[in-house]
Design a protein. Structure first.
Length: 201
């Protein structure tokens, strides 16, 4: 029989009943491998290292967990969508290099900067949510040629400059409740030909 923490992980991944206690390790591994989507809320995942067993995950949502370091996710290289919201993250380092990832949500954490080395491992990213983090500058987006949506609302960003010059497909930019007040940013944003939605308030 496997421990309750593994049963709980399978339950939240939709692969086991909450009271299913007679699984052996072989069956556990089988169910982990066939899981492609999982959502964990309110500290339901008590041992984040168990995520390493779900190697075929395509979509993962983790909300309101104490996930200070996301290194437990490094084996999840097949992800196409990843959300780690309200997880007390203090860095992007440790996130998996996921070449197929198109959506990343890191909202409501404690991340101080967008990490260029991490984002370089996500070349197909189309949507990036990083609102409500103490981020002070836009950086690391040069390799994200397919980026369409960028949310940085309620961050500490005060200047855009040429930080988005490589993001020709950017259609939506949310900088609501930031301190962007420099009119010099207007010409740079005007060069974003695909931009159709811009929020400052």
């Amino acid at each position: 029989m496997i421990p309750p923490t593994k049963i709980a992980a399978l339950y939240w991944a939709g692969q086991a009943a909450a009271d299913e206690a007679d699984l052996d390790d072989i069956e556990y591994q089988k169910r982990c491998k066939r899981t492609t989507k999982a959502s964990f809320f309110l500290n339901a995942l008590t041992d984040t290292t168990l995520l390493a067993h779900f190697t075929n995950l395509l979509n993962l949502d983790v909300h309101m967990h104490n996930l200070n370091n996301p290194s437990a996710l490094q084996h999840l290289t097949r992800l196409t969508s990843l959300a780690l919201t309200e997880c007390t993250l203090t860095t992007m380092r440790g996130l998996p290099a996921a070449p197929a990832l198109t959506r990343l949500d890191l909202s409501s954490n404690r991340i101080p900067r967008l990490e260029p080395a991490v984002l370089a491992g996500m070349p197909l990213l189309k949507t990036l949510f990083a609102s409500e983090n103490p981020i002070r500058r836009i950086e690391g987006l040069d390799n994200l040629a397919h980026l369409e949506t960028l949310h940085l609302a309620r961050t500490e960003i005060s200047y855009v400059g040429e930080a988005l010059r490589a993001n020709a497909e950017l259609a939506e930019l949310n900088l609501a409740a930031c301190d962007v007040v420099d009119f010099k940013d207007i010409p740079a944003m005007a060069r974003l030909g695909a931009l159709v939605r811009l929020s400052f308030a």
